[in-house]
Ligand binder design. Structure first.
Ligand code: HEM
Length: 303
């Protein structure tokens, strides 16, 4: 069948005239790169709060991160929605997800080495109390990757299981510790604002991916697929990149800037970041089943 016949069929089936569409085509403007990519919008969403030139580096690198986070979530969703997943499809998608996270880990020196410390230490004050901690997509990536229990603060894991209400689990996520005054237990402005904006969406998403997150998908594969070496390697690579490599790049950057002056600076979000962020203490592991007892016991050490 010719394209014209296909089109005729398409429009006749919905009681429309192909002729009118073809007339429209006659006058249509050619598509351009700038309209398609929407560069006019993309290049106009950088809004520094100060006149320090390096604040632009900070803003744009965060925006690049958010775009890559979106690419990661896009691939992840295809795993979540696949009801008869094969190890090959799973490995292919994990490969893409990992490549994006590799880019994030490999490029983190844009932050570490790409800004003048003096400028950063000035413009960061204009950003208080905001923090990358408030990146919603980063949290969606965590929820989408693993079972909730692996994101619960270690101190509360024994009290939480599959029957625990989502709301209760939410209050015991590992990152709640960064948003609380450890003496009074009160929540900081950083986390209060974050929850006001996103808590509802997070609880919905937690429910949505409860049985479709990457780890549950892996665990529900048939026994022989769960032993697939490429799939296991892909899971290990992703887990290590996000939860050790990226975390360490981030930690070392925070250390460089916040400990640069005579007086140690506080994090803009106000957390006790040194204790909170190191993988040795945080022990965030998405896929515990693919690591040996020893690897789990020494997580975040020897790096
Ligand atoms: C100079 C660069 C950076 C510094 C000094 C820095 C510092 C920090 C600190 C101290 C925290 C602890 C929370 C708080 O603010 O109190 C934090 C959390 C966080 N930051 Fe950054 N950060 C930097 C760049 C980035 C970038 C580029 C991203 C990418 C989006 C990012 C994402 C995050 C995330 C997701 C958290 C929460 C981590 C968790 O809960 O384990 N940060 N950051």
């Amino acid at each position: 069948m010719s394209v014209l016949e296909d089109l005729e069929k398409k429009y006749t089936e919905s009681n429309q005239s192909m002729e009118t569409y073809l007339q429209g085509l006659l006058h249509a403007k050619p598509i351009t790169y700038w309209d398609y990519i929407d560069t006019g919008v993309l290049l106009n969403i950088q809004k520094p709060r100060t006149n320090f030139p390096d604040e632009m580096v900070f803003i744009m690198y965060h925006q690049v991160n958010e775009l890559l986070f979106k690419m990661i979530l896009w691939e992840m969703e295809q795993v979540h929605n696949n009801e008869s997943i094969t190890p090959e499809f799973f490995t292919e998608k994990l490969g893409r997800i990992s490549r994006y996270f590799d880019v994030l880990a490999e490029s983190f020196n844009v932050m570490t080495d790409g800004m003048e410390v003096e400028q950063y230490m000035q413009f960061r004050n204009s950003l208080t109390p905001a923090s990358g901690f408030q990146s919603a997509q980063y949290r969606l990536i965590e929820f989408g990757s693993t079972e909730l229990i692996n994101l619960i603060d270690f101190r509360f894991r024994a009290t939480i299981d599959r029957n625990t209400p989502f709301e209760h689990a939410f209050e015991h996520l590992y990152w709640q510790a960064a948003g609380k005054d450890h003496k009074t237990g009160n929540k900081s402005v950083l986390i209060k604002e974050f929850e006001k904006r996103y808590k509802g969406e997070f609880i919905d998403y937690m429910q949505k991916v409860n049985t479709t997150n990457l780890y549950t998908k892996f665990k529900s594969l048939p026994e022989d697929s769960r032993k697939n070496p490429e799939l296991i390697e892909a899971l290990r690579h992703y887990d290590y990149t996000v939860n050790v490599k990226w975390v360490m790049c981030h930690y070392n950057t925070a250390e460089k800037y916040l400990e640069s002056g005579k007086k140690k600076a506080e994090a803009t979000g106000g957390s006790e970041w040194k204790k909170y962020m190191h993988p040795r203490y945080q022990r965030r592991i998405f896929f515990p089943e693919v690591w040996s007892e020893e690897e789990l016991a020494t997580w975040g050490e020897n790096i």
